[in-house]
Design a protein around this ligand. Sequence first.
Ligand SMILES: [Zn+2]
Length: 136
Amino acid sequence: MFQIDKPLPAVTEEGAGYWEGCRQGELRVQRCAACHRLRWPPSILCPHCLAEGGEWVRLSGRGRIYSFIVVHRPQHPAFFDDAPYNVAIIELEEGIRLHSTIRDCPNDELSIGMPVEVVFDRVNDEVTLPRFRPRR
Ligand SMILES: [Zn+2]
């Protein structure tokens, strides 16, 4: 049977620390060495002060649904069997917003502001995807 694989994120040099964290079950972002602000998405230069460098820090993994949609007609054939599925923007406690999906919850029970926590789904040796589930 013909099968189309789902596209996966490209693990770039700037984002390597993020993906390493996901593989270890931690949500991580860069913190600027100069101004100490969190940096998302990963980048070589701080968007606030333009300094290079920084460290990877672990986030709480807790947040709330900032927004979401339910996809009924996927544009990519690899997702046809998943529909309907949700795509959500999660606002983490640290103020960073991530795109992900909510699992372990029916789509019609999702709501803006719902407390969620990160969970990790291993895809292959390189990519582990952060997803979220309701926090009760
Ligand atoms: Zn900075």
